[in-house]
Design a protein around this ligand. Structure first.
Ligand code: NDP
Length: 235
């Protein structure tokens, strides 16, 4: 796969799916700006401090990537958190943080990057949603709300921007072996998720990164609206 001449920004690039995507894009020849808060873990051609809950941080990072590469034509929104827990008794500050991180964050990154993609005459915006963006689960109401929101934003945005040569794609992974499950705050739900994952062959981050590469390497007249990729045991 040859992605040389592509100029990419990957959010959530310090771990898991984002980090694997940085490696895969670079291996395919793209120049990649990697963004996250834990900058010491970034391995892009350009490493950027980026907090997607902070609009100024987003605009600074996008501008730096575009300046370094002389433009941008590929954005991968991989930053995300998984705040699981019941609605009854929930600490609603976790909901605001989830919406800021998983939904508003990628909307603002996309907004900041869009003029560069338009100037390039086209490009890709690939956002990592989840199986939880198409199916709901008890204990996942806030997470489901953010990920269904990702699909809605992306669907509508695709319809208004496709005539600019800009492709909007959503990749929806199932269980993927990353640091994310360990970050679930509710102990019972965390134990449940970790128990399921311990008993099956999960996706690796590289499996999801390969799906992202598939999406962005289609011929220019082809758009993959959505790609749901699951472990075979999670059908
Ligand atoms: P990881 O926890 O391994 O990675 C999450 C990434 O998001 C880290 O790089 C982290 O960087 C970044 N991030 C979190 N908050 C912020 C923030 N405020 N600003 C910038 N970056 C942030 O998880 P995954 O790789 O598994 O998750 C990536 C995406 O995949 C998420 O959107 C998740 O919802 C989705 N997903 C994951 C699944 C799974 O089973 N693992 C299944 C379905 C979807 P840092 O902390 O350094 O800022």
């Amino acid at each position: 796969m040859d992605l040389k001449n592509r100029r990419a920004l990957v959010t959530g690039a310090s771990s898991g799916i984002g980090a694997a995507t940085v490696r895969a894009l670079r291996d395919a020849g793209a120049r990649v700006a990697a963004g996250a808060r834990r900058t010491g873990r970034l391995d892009g051609d350009l490493n950027l401090a980026l907090d997607v809950t902070d609009e100024a941080s987003i605009r600074t990072a996008v501008a730096a990537a575009a300046k370094e590469f002389g433009g941008l034509d590929l954005v991968v929104n991989a930053a995300g958190i998984m705040p699981l827990g019941p609605v009854l008794g929930a600490d609603v500050t976790t909901w605001r943080h989830a919406l800021d991180t998983n939904l508003l964050g990628l909307m603002l990154v996309t907004h900041a990057a869009l003029p560069h993609l338009a100037e390039a005459g086209g490009g890709d915006v690939v956002t990592i949603s989840s199986v939880g963006g198409r199916e709901t689960f008890a204990g996942a109401a806030a997470y489901n709300a953010t990920k269904f929101g990702v699909c809605a934003f992306s669907d509508a945005f695709r319809k208004e921007i496709s005539d600019r040569g800009i492709r909007v794609s959503v990749v929806e992974p199932g269980y993927t072996a990353t640091e994310l499950p360990a970050s679930i705050g509710d102990p019972a739900i965390r134990d449940g998720v970790e128990g399921v994952m311990a008993g099956q062959r999960n996706l690796d981050s590289e499996d999801v990164a390969a799906s992202i590469l598939h999406v962005v390497s289609r011929p220019a007249h082809v758009v993959v609206n959505e790609l749901q990729v699951r472990p075979l045991s999670q059908i």
